[in-house]
Design a protein. Structure first.
Length: 339
């Protein structure tokens, strides 16, 4: 049986360089390497999108979001499957079944839920249940590798736990996704943790589209020279040495990480190249140029992709996804006594 590599990015708004380097580009690189012998499922979690406000028109954003993969260099073949979560009803069905396996306590501990609900008077149930739907997205397809940024690892662990609990209690139905460590090795980013591209002004935090400060983030639609300037003005430190130390030098480490990912070079090689150097300006100039070239190339390709290309891919992808997902859902329903 072919294994499945699966990922999704919500279509709420424009993507940042963090989404791109943390999730999209690793998926494209893995897909291009493995699509001869694995299924590559790239879906838009549009049901996850509606937990919060969507900028613009959701359906149009979905198409835009999928275009990003092609513009980032994804080579399409019969093993690449594009689909919308909402067009495969088995996701919501399995989510409900898994809701009856998950506990309130474990969902309460999810840091993304804590972050998204902090300081709010009223929080919708979708935000709370987000990780269970995510588990369904993964388990329906027996996906082993899930290229996502580090902020999603807690959800992957929950997915493993729910699958394990279900299998133990009912029947051995679900394939457990690989452990986070194995996911990282598979994504071969080097380093000890997953990818978390940092806020350029405050590198303690992750780069996020929700930060209103324009210099804190690079958007994929940024004019490439403007993006390069943002790198030049990134916050660093006063230690005067270039080394990878996310704890004491998050700004410099972030630049090294960005350089490795934009130039498709192992992080360790980038670290060695700069070891012993002291001029932060030189590093910034190199990274700024790498980001400029990446964005220029990406934006040129993006302009050449038509909506129709994506709609055609969705049509065949959704037939495939429904077939696979319905079969797994059926097994889960039988195990639960629903059939
Ligand atoms: P979303 O749209 O919030 O995030 C999309 C992806 O971008 C990654 N990411 C980052 N990576 C590195 N540095 C950053 N600063 C950064 N900011 C965001 C996220 O880790 C994510 O991989 N829950 C998923 C969507 C989803 C999903 C799934 C993914 C729903 N179901 C099933 C895989 C499998 C999410 O975070 O989307």
């Amino acid at each position: 049986m072919k294994s499945t590599i699966l990922t999704g990015i919500r279509a709420n708004s424009e993507l940042t360089l963090g989404n791109f380097l943390g999730a999209l580009l690793p998926m494209v690189r893995l897909a291009n390497t493995h699509s001869a012998d694995s299924h590559i499922n790239i879906f838009v979690p549009d049901l996850h999108s509606i937990i919060s406000a969507v900028d613009g028109e959701l359906q149009q954003n979905v198409i835009k979001s999928l275009k990003n993969y092609l513009a980032a260099g994804l080579t399409v073949n019969k093993n690449i499957h594009f689909y919308r979560q909402s067009r495969v009803p088995a996701h919501s069905e399995l989510c409900w079944i898994l809701n009856c396996v998950a506990s309130m306590g474990e969902l309460n501990r999810m840091t993304q839920y804590k972050d998204k609900s902090e300081g709010k008077d009223s929080v919708n149930v979708g935000i709370f249940d987000y990780p269970v739907l995510m588990a369904a997205d993964i388990l329906l397809y027996d996906a082993k590798y899930i290229p996502v940024g580090e902020d999603q690892f807690q959800h992957l662990e929950l997915t493993r736990r729910l699958a394990e609990r279900f299998n133990r209690k009912y029947n051995e139905i679900f394939t457990l996704p690989a452990e986070p460590k194995a996911q990282i090795e598979f994504m071969s980013t080097g380093g000890n943790d997953g990818i978390r591209i940092r806020d350029l002004q405050n590198p303690e935090k992750k780069m996020s589209k929700s930060n209103p400060a324009p210099n804190s983030k690079i958007m994929l639609s940024d004019e490439p020279t403007v993006a390069a300037k943002k790198i030049m003005s990134a916050t660093t430190d006063s230690l005067g040495k270039i080394q990878y130390d996310m704890f004491n030098q998050p700004g410099i480490s972030n630049l090294l990480q960005i350089e490795a990912l934009t130039t498709d070079t192992p992080l360790q090689d980038v670290i060695s190249t700069w070891a012993g150097e002291t001029h932060y300006g030189d590093l910034k100039q190199k990274v700024a140029e790498s980001v400029r070239v990446l964005l220029e190339d990406f934006q040129t390709k993006l302009a050449e992709i038509s909506d129709q290309q994506i709609l055609d891919l969705l049509e065949s992808g959704e037939i495939y996804a429904n077939e696979v997902a319905n079969q797994k859902l059926h097994e889960a329903q039988v195990a639960f006594g629903l059939r």
